[in-house]
Ligand binder design. Structure first.
Ligand code: GTP
Ligand code: MG
Length: 218
């Protein structure tokens, strides 16, 4: 199996002002993210997931790439348990889409756990490519709807008709309902988070397109 690795310049701001060269290298990194299949975000284990790391991670997910976080410099982390707790806390309290991001502690300096990082990448790659069968998906949708139906629109229910996965890389779903324009973003998030949870789709973007069913009042 062949891999193509692209190393980008760091995207963290080192100083306050951004000079022209730095701006160009950030643009290069953004382009590399757009063209990649899997993105490995290398963070410093002695200062894990600071604000800018979180921003980059969400950007990667928004771009539809599969993400793995490499927690580097593990050799020089003193309290490893405490660091893992901190890291978990940051993942749990940041955006929902970052909740179950796969990560791997490692040391680039002495090569420790590099193979495990590759395993994580292959695992997330398979999820990025996953296909969920339509029949099961629609049973799942009925359960979600009975737990929490979409809000009424002037007294009429906004019935969810049908869902199917229309694309992989990343997993993309189409949902048909009576009044797509009235389906609140919070309700879409409820469905997306449910898909993530029930089909175990961590570190991979999930997209949901909502379409109008032919006979909205049937
Ligand atoms: N202790 C320790 N230090 C490391 C490790 N990996 C990198 N470093 C050190 O971290 C510093 C930065 O390493 P680089 O490889 O230049 O980092 P980079 O992220 O590629 O930096 P840019 O490409 O400039 O954004 C160097 O001083 C490395 O020796 C590691 O696993 N353990
Ligand atoms: Mg570098």
């Amino acid at each position: 199996r062949k891999f193509k690795l692209v190393d980008t310049a760091g995207m963290r701001k080192r100083t306050k002002g951004i000079d022209a060269i730095e701006k160009m290298s950030v643009e290069d990194s953004l382009r590399a993210i757009r063209l990649a299949q899997i993105v490995i975000l290398v963070i410093d284990g002695t200062d894990p997931m600071e604000k800018q790391d979180v921003q980059i991670a969400s950007h990667v997910i928004e771009e539809g790439r599969a993400l793995v976080v490499a927690v580097n410099k593990w050799d020089s982390v003193e309290d490893r348990e405490e660091t893992l707790d901190q890291l978990q806390y940051k993942f749990d309290t940041s955006l929902a889409q970052l909740k179950d991001i796969p990560y791997q502690t490692l040391s680039a300096l002495n090569g420790k756990n590099i193979n495990k990082l590759l395993d994580r990448c292959l695992w997330v790659y398979d999820i990025w490519n996953m296909r969920i069968k339509t029949a099961g998906l629609n049973k799942w949708l009925a359960r979600m709807e009975s737990q929490n139906p979409a809000p009424l629109i002037s007294g009429r229910s906004n019935r969810l008709k049908y869902i199917t996965q229309i694309k992989t890389r990343p997993p993309t779903f189409a949902l048909w309902c009576a009044r797509p324009e009235k389906l609140a973003d919070s309700y879409k998030r409820f469905l997306i988070n449910g898909l993530r949870r029930d089909y175990k789709i961590p570190g991979v973007p999930v997209r949901l397109l909502v379409r109008k069913s032919k006979n909205p009042y049937a």
